[in-house]
Write a protein that binds this ligand. Structure first.
Ligand code: GAP
Length: 467
């Protein structure tokens, strides 16, 4: 599947030509309680965002979908939930303490700081990651202007370590907030072997927060300093034919984002050129999505060989090996690492769902989420707020369904406005209780996508929504 996409693509600036723009999306997210700029009462803070009531429901649905697909439905996977603050030696072993940096450059005039590699890529289309001298030279030669003030007066490009430092009682020196969730997985490899009946090939999965002191955060929730990852370390025998398993993982990563609502035409794979690979990586591919600001990394997959387990063995003096009783062989497994960003997944779910449609009454904005990820599955409306018998019946229906579905009760304003609100938060069904309900025990169910309305018996609502 999808093999035809499996080629090295040249980075391009191709944009999403749909109706959705980042401005429209951020407006909707704030207006309708998906995502708010954090600390707005203090003027906002460092490109941080809070997930609002519908945002957190959406996020939880996506986490559940991921966990079911990659952990619960598979016999070869187990999950963990490790700490955010880990032993400082772990980051020495993984190379983060010395090597986890991005290239930064400052405008000498306005003092604004930028990612040097991003500036040169904008200008040349070339990825110069890791080549500080060339970046400095290119900015000079092309007389690159500061995007903030228009000046042309740059410092040299230099490395900036992105780990967040903190202090901890009883520990000498700095400790760090984890810059990725993967580290917590590697250090539990031995415990998983000792406590679980896992056999190679098997994987360990984790969902959790990661922290990076990004030089420039931005593009809404695309690049944050505090974000969530969903990561897997999949351990294989070094003698195994890894390429097939690698391709299967890529297909499954793509399958996941299609289940979230992305369209295939907005996805592509970017294989990192051999010359740019980390010394331990045999192969790294990014799955990119066509965001309104161009194709950008959504997920990644790397063959990290035995680098991590070997390094942690060396730094901890613990043997992190696997014994294969059938082949009577002991070895350090190799690892394939499928990594997923949660916040970017949410962004894709929102972008892919967004539609503006002409309807009889004018225009509507609707989030056409796949129904299984919609934050609210059904909204229940008494036709009139001031008719206690309607409100009472609607509440009864709410109570009878609340254990099965996430619901919303709304008795504000006219029905048309209530429909618009539910369209904008992507609720698949609106259930209206009217005077006929009291007589014939039926309700009107309105479908989000077709806007068709149907009379359904109260007793059949549960089955109607489930189907
Ligand atoms: N363990 C491998 C690893 O962390 P990565 O490509 O640096 O790889 C994995 O990060 C994923 O985490 C990315 O594909 C992206 O979805 C997400 N991610 C990385 N940095 C992010 C940031 N600053 N804000 C939001 N998501 C980010």
């Amino acid at each position: 599947m999808a093999k035809k996409n499996f080629k090295t693509v040249k980075k391009s600036k191709q944009k999403l030509t749909e109706q959705v723009t980042m401005e429209k999306l951020t407006g909707l997210c704030k207006r309708r309680g998906f995502i708010f700029p954090a600390c707005e009462v203090y003027g906002g803070f460092a490109n941080a965002y809070s997930y609002g009531p519908y945002g957190v429901e959406l996020k939880n649905n996506l986490k559940k979908l991921w966990w079911k697909k990659f952990v619960q439905d598979r016999a070869d996977m187990v999950g963990i939930d490790g700490p955010i603050i880990l032993h400082p030696k772990l980051w020495e072993a993984s190379g983060h303490t010395t090597g986890f940096s991005d290239a930064m450059v400052d405008c000498k005039k306005c003092k604004k700081r930028f990612r040097a590699d991003h500036l040169v890529e904008e200008l040349t289309g070339e990825d110069m990651e890791g080549e500080l001298e060339r970046m400095t030279q290119t900015l000079k030669e092309l007389k690159a202007k500061c995007p903030e003030c228009g000046a042309f007066d740059w410092t040299e490009a230099r490395d900036f370590n992105m780990m967040f430092e903190t202090k901890m009682n009883g520990i000498e020196g700095e400790v760090y907030l984890r810059p990725e969730t993967a580290g917590a997985i590697f250090v539990e490899f031995k415990n998983i072997l000792d406590s679980m009946r896992v056999k190679i090939p098997f994987g360990i999965a984790q969902i959790g927060k990661a922290f990076r002191n990004e030089i420039v955060a931005g593009n809404f929730t695309f690049r944050l300093r505090e974000f969530e990852q969903m990561e897997i370390e999949y351990f294989i025998d070094p003698k195994m034919e890894w390429k097939k398993i690698y391709d299967q993982w890529l297909d499954q990563q793509e399958e996941f984002i299609l289940e979230v609502g992305a369209e295939k035409r907005n996805l592509r794979r970017y294989e990192h050129p051999k010359a740019k690979l980390s010394h331990y990586s045999k192969k790294t591919v990014d799955i990119e999505y066509r965001f309104p600001f161009g194709f950008k990394e959504l997920f990644g997959l790397a063959n990290r060989t035995d680098f991590d387990l070997s390094q942690h063995s060396k730094f901890s003096n613990e043997k992190l090996e696997y014994f294969d009783p059938v082949k009577n062989r002991r070895y350090i497994p190799h690892v394939l690492e499928p990594t997923f960003g949660m916040d970017r997944t949410i962004l894709v779910a929102l972008l892919a769902a967004y539609r503006e449609e002409k309807v009889e009454q004018g225009e509507r904005v609707v989030l056409k989420f796949p129904k299984h990820i919609a934050p609210i599955k059904a909204a229940i409306f008494p036709l009139l707020k001031n008719k206690p018998e309607l409100v009472k019946k609607a509440k009864q229906i709410f109570d009878s369904l609340k254990n099965r579905f996430v619901l919303e009760f709304d008795d504000h304003g006219n029905i048309g406005k209530r429909y618009r609100r539910q369209d904008e938060i992507g609720t698949p069904y609106c259930i209206t209780v009217d005077f006929d309900t009291l007589k014939d025990k039926t309700v009107t169910i309105r479908d989000r996508d077709s806007m068709r309305q149907e009379r359904v018996k109260i007793n059949d609502i549960e089955q109607y929504i489930s189907e």
